[in-house]
Design a protein around this ligand. Structure first.
Ligand code: AP5
Length: 223
């Protein structure tokens, strides 16, 4: 299946994207993750993207479109993928349709996760991430067992993401409202949008997404 996960910052795209890719098959392609890795490794892409990301602004469309065009050609994505964080602008959505069309492919479904903004701001304040496996924890809703280290990498301390500072969070929501929210109308017009509430437990949100996507596999449970 070819799935897009759409929604505001902190709504659970990363958390659910990992599980959806496991349940529905195909590659998980997180553009935020690819960019953070590029920043950490100081590659040309990372050097270009760093300032925009840390201030909460979107990276240029041309850079992102080229990146996704190449990544969706990789062997693990040929028969399907879950896109987490792309597209994020109408030009990116148009480019994705064009790229897939050239390959005789199309998106199957766009899962639109939504939660009230003030709830999401609180979630982002509490987010902690494993720098090794990228699993997201939360100081309130989904804490690590000891609150400090990753459950799966007990020697690794959880970290706060650079763009979870208050000012960057405000900018990310402003970017979302101005540039990404219009994709709800775009995909509604194309008949592919399936809205799903991102409130409730991680398991219950996953189950609703899985059903909307029409994937048969049972929900994999986090340890
Ligand atoms: P990206 O990494 O995509 O950031 P984002 O969209 O702001 O989303 P987040 O990763 O912050 O949140 P999420 O929805 O994945 O939520 P999560 O599962 O972590 O992009 C980062 C930056 O890269 C962008 O700002 C931009 O600069 C650049 N970029 C990326 N793609 C781009 C593109 N296409 N074009 C241009 N620029 C691009 O969960 C959040 C927290 O909530 C966690 O603590 C989690 O444990 C918790 N949580 C999850 N589910 C629940 C639940 N059901 N109940 C309670 N808590 C929950």
């Amino acid at each position: 299946m070819r799935i897009v996960l759409l929604g505001p910052p902190g709504v659970g795209k990363g958390t659910q994207g990992r599980r959806l890719a496991a349940a529905c098959g195909g590659a998980l392609i997180s553009t935020g993750e690819i960019l953070r890795e590029a920043v950490a490794n100081a590659t040309p892409l990372g050097l270009e993207a760093r300032r925009q990301m840390e201030s909460g602004r979107l990276v240029d469309d041309a850079v992102m479109i080229g990146l996704v065009r190449d990544r969706t050609l990789a062997a693990d994505a040929r028969d399907g993928f879950v896109l987490d964080g792309f597209p994020r602008t109408v030009p990116q959505a148009g480019a994705l349709d064009a790229v897939l069309g050239e390959r005789g492919q199309a998106l199957d479904v766009v899962l639109y996760l939504w939660v009230d903004e003030e709830v999401l701001v609180r979630r982002l304040q509490g987010r902690r991430e494993c720098p090794v496996c990228k699993r997201a924890y939360n100081t309130t809703a989904a804490a690590a067992r000891d609150g400090i280290h990753c459950d799966d990498h007990p020697e690794v301390e959880l970290q706060v993401r650079a763009d979870d500072r208050e000012e960057a969070v405000r900018q990310r929501f402003a970017e979302y409202r101005a540039k990404t929210a219009p994709l709800v109308d775009y995909y509604t017009a194309h008949g592919r949008l399936r809205p799903v509430s991102g409130s409730g437990s991680v398991d219950s949100v996953f189950e609703a997404l899985r059903q909307e996507a029409g994937c048969d596999s049972p929900a994999p449970r986090e340890a």
